[in-house]
Write a protein that binds this ligand. Structure first.
Ligand SMILES: Cc1cc2nc3c(=O)[nH]c(=O)nc-3n(C[C@H](O)[C@H](O)[C@H](O)COP(=O)(O)OP(=O)(O)OC[C@H]3O[C@@H](n4cnc5c(N)ncnc54)[C@H](O)[C@@H]3O)c2cc1C
Length: 382
């Protein structure tokens, strides 16, 4: 077992940390308060290789592996969770097309995503009535001559209004999960209608929109993998995506802990810095310990994926524990800040609002427990 980072991993982490501190963090509060999408930041992340960390160099990626990706996500998330979620979905879309796309699809779409030419990517699976139960989706794709024609609506699509490349799931037959297929849709395609952005509790700098397809026509070559492979592709993409959200949770949690330590050194009560009170020191010791455990679970899942080993259970355990930990840590951080934790003069209330969705998107905590239980029941014999 090796807990040391290699040279590439250290380089990616340091690059992401520097960019996070110099560019991303200074604008995080403004993005949150004004619900601004950080459109100008993504091409810069692309230049640094952070939109395709695990994508081969010939397609514009950094070819630095999954652990490097998780490390970079932690750094960007510690600065701004909204910016980070756009980065996560772009990496996710790029990886999916890289894994299942034809050479032509990879050259065109993976390169556009990894370099930031597409601004960001989006992942359009959920529908108004089909979130956890993704297999219940109703968007349809019909083959008509040399075209696919898409009709239906998606809900909650991160970066949907700004994405140059969107992977979209649609039903191509009524054969249950085997009737789902996956398509590549470019932003601005006629028939793609972007709805009103959601006014969210947190992640306000991230754009979350419904997308409607009205007789949206695609060339046949925009089918990703084979007809009927869609459900499998969604599950594979979500396994990887859960590592990204685990890393996001670790980053936000770390920021909340660091803010708490700093504040507790400054703030005085009863004639001393509150950081001297054992009650708060123990709280911060627990926050740190849980965050370290979370990061280990996240990096273990990343390591397994990088080695090409099964990682479904580990990704779900990481997503479950990291997201629940991040929420607990951010809640503690508000407590340590007292009344000041509840107003936006200090960043911890934003961290708490941003963390809240981590136990919901890319599979709720309940869905992670279903996956983990299913995997344990497979491996333990009677
Ligand atoms: C900010 C934000 C961004 C998002 N971005 C995207 C995106 O980019 N692309 C995309 O496709 N989707 C996206 N989503 C959708 C997200 O993945 C879903 O909201 C999530 O999967 C939950 O689905 P749901 O909202 O339909 O809840 P439901 O599935 O209706 O769940 C409601 C409750 O029931 C529980 N539940 C459901 N089924 C079970 C079960 N079998 N056993 C036990 N409990 C169960 C859930 O855990 C939850 O507590 C986003 C959501 C948000 C809020």
């Amino acid at each position: 077992m090796n807990f040391e980072l290699n040279e590439t991993q250290s380089l990616i982490r340091d690059t992401a940390r520097k960019f996070a501190r110099e560019v991303v963090a200074p604008q995080a509060r403004k993005l949150d308060r004004e619900a601004l999408f950080p459109k100008d930041v993504y091409p810069k992340l692309g230049e640094l290789g952070l939109l395709g960390v695990n994508i081969p160099e010939p397609y514009g990626g950094a070819q630095a592996g999954v652990v490097s990706y998780a490390l970079a996500m932690i750094e960007i998330s510690a600065a701004c969770a909204s910016t980070a979620v756009g980065m996560a979905v772009t990496n996710m879309a790029a990886e999916l097309i890289n894994a299942y796309g034809t050479e032509a699809q990879k050259k065109k779409h993976v390169t556009a995503l990894a370099t930031g030419q597409a601004c960001v990517g989006a992942f359009a699976l959920s529908e108004a009535h089909a979130g956890s139960d993704a297999g219940a989706l109703r968007t349809r794709a019909e083959k008509k001559g040399d075209r696919w024609v898409l009709n239906g609506s998606k809900q909650w699509i991160t970066s949907g209004a700004h994405a140059g490349v969107i992977v979209v799931w649609a039903r191509t037959s009524d054969a249950g999960n085997k009737g789902l297929s996956c398509f590549i849709v470019e932003g601005g395609t006629p028939g793609l209608i972007v709805g009103k952005a959601e006014d969210k509790m947190g992640l306000k700098g991230s754009n979350t929109v419904p997308l409607t397809f009205e007789n949206l026509e695609l060339p046949l070559e925009n089918l990703l993998a084979r007809e009927g492979d869609g459900f499998k592709l969604a599950m594979v993409a979500l396994d990887g995506g859960r590592i990204g959200i685990s890393a996001q949770a670790c980053g936000v949690g770390r920021a909340a802990l660091e803010a708490s330590v700093r504040y507790s050194k400054e703030r005085k009560a009863f004639g001393q810095a509150i950081g001297g009170f054992q009650a708060l020191r123990f709280m911060m010791a627990d926050m740190h310990t849980r965050l370290q455990a979370a990061e280990l679970l996240c990096l273990r899942a990343a390591t397994l994926k990088e080695k090409g080993l099964p990682f479904t259970r580990e990704a779900s355990m990481a997503k479950l524990f990291c997201s629940e930990t991040s929420n607990w840590v951010c809640d503690r951080a508000v407590q340590i800040h007292g009344g000041y934790g509840y107003i936006d003069e200090f960043p911890v209330e934003r961290y708490l609002r941003d963390a809240r969705v981590q136990t919901i998107y890319e599979g709720t905590s309940e869905i992670q427990r279903l996956v983990i239980a299913r995997e344990i029941f497979k491996t333990v014999s009677t």
